[in-house]
Design a protein around this ligand. Structure first.
Ligand code: CA
Length: 339
């Protein structure tokens, strides 16, 4: 019988030791520039006795910066004396992508959030996914993976969770979502093709662990507003888990909870051209209302192509770059969740 698959990644921290530890996950990668070297994925473990574990992650996509800043600040603010239980922080999970400021790894061109459960013998990004799903997620009571729109999208800053078929896990996810206290939240019903099982939240579900995420803004930058939502949210989730005391709770905003459903929630570019948005983020729109025009500056007398919204909804997300290709997502909507 072949030996059971095992991650080649090693951690320089002891997950069961009290106190603060700063270290690295070592992902050995032999390259032209570094024959015997490793990719140093930074990891922080803060522990004070028995109790719940929060796994806080940013940099799954390297060009999503709000979570990375929030978790850098949190790393300096948390001390063992302040907490009960354990907080594991990974600020730059896909380290090569984070250092390059890119969504995907420059080493293997792989999107970390589309290759779960990963592969211990695969390319570097697949090895990261495998380690997270099999070594870190099982240690956690809650996974919080902080995303944003990245280089190509801008969101109304939101916390989110995935609709999972296990009601007990979904209830824990909803409670954490509400504790986060973002003005906007949404429940992703994962349209076909968007790779739900291949995401980190898919991995958490396979391991029976609750997971929430975020879409904190984007556009390849950080705004004070989105950062404040991220920092309050993570803090309040730690209070919710009982890791931080109730006195640390920051008054949350009332949360408007939306659903994001299938492809009718999305507007995709039908042509290559220059994208003119016709609505703003946060607007309420109606089915049939024009969402965007695509222009052809190389043929200015050619009529622009107008693209409508397919359904009523709240404009949650917009494409940022003006140039667009057929198939790009230009907008997506949310709808107020029932009950
Ligand atoms: Ca993302």
């Amino acid at each position: 019988m072949p030996p059971a698959a095992r991650s080649r990644v090693t951690a320089s921290v002891d997950f069961d030791r009290d106190g603060v530890q700063h270290g690295f996950l070592r992902l050995f990668h032999s390259s032209h520039e570094s024959a015997y070297g490793f990719i140093p994925i930074p990891i922080v473990v803060i522990r004070n006795g028995a109790g719940p574990t929060a796994l806080l992650i940013s940099g799954t996509h390297g060009d999503e910066y709000e979570g990375q800043v929030a978790l850098c600040n949190l790393t300096k603010a948390l001390t063992p004396a302040r907490i009960k239980g354990r907080v594991i922080i990974l600020t730059a999970l896909n380290f090569p992508a984070a250092m390059a400021g890119r969504r995907v790894s420059p080493i293997d061109d792989v999107n970390l959030n589309r290759v779960f459960p990963g592969d211990p013998e695969g390319t570097v990004t697949r090895q990261i996914a495998y380690y997270i799903e099999h070594e870190l997620i099982p240690r956690a009571d809650l996974v919080c993976d902080l995303h944003s729109g990245g280089s190509s999208l801008m969101y109304v800053p939101s916390v989110l969770t995935k609709r999972v078929p296990d009601e007990a896990i979904f209830a824990r996810q909803l409670a954490a979502l509400q504790a986060f206290g973002s003005p906007h939240a949404y429940i992703a019903h994962s349209p076909p093709g968007q790779g739900a099982d291949q995401t980190m939240s898919g991995g958490a579900f396979r391991m029976g662990v609750a997971a929430i995420g975020s879409e904190l803004g984007g556009g390849g930058t950080v705004t004070p507003e989105a950062l404040a939502i991220a920092e309050r949210g993570v803090n309040n989730v730690l209070v919710h888990l009982g890791i931080l005391p109730e006195t640390d709770r920051i008054a949350p905003a009332p949360t408007r909870i939306l659903d994001v459903g299938g492809h009718d929630y999305f507007v995709y570019a039908s042509e290559r051209g220059l994208f003119e948005p016709l609505v703003k983020l946060g607007a309420m729109v109606r089915a049939g209302q024009p969402a965007a025009r695509i222009h052809f500056p190389e043929t200015p007398w050619a009529p622009a192509v107008e693209l409508p919204f397919v359904r009523d909804g709240f404009v949650l997300c917009q494409r940022i770059p003006g140039r667009t290709e057929r198939g790009d997502c230009l907008f997506h909507l949310g709808t107020d969740a029932a009950g």
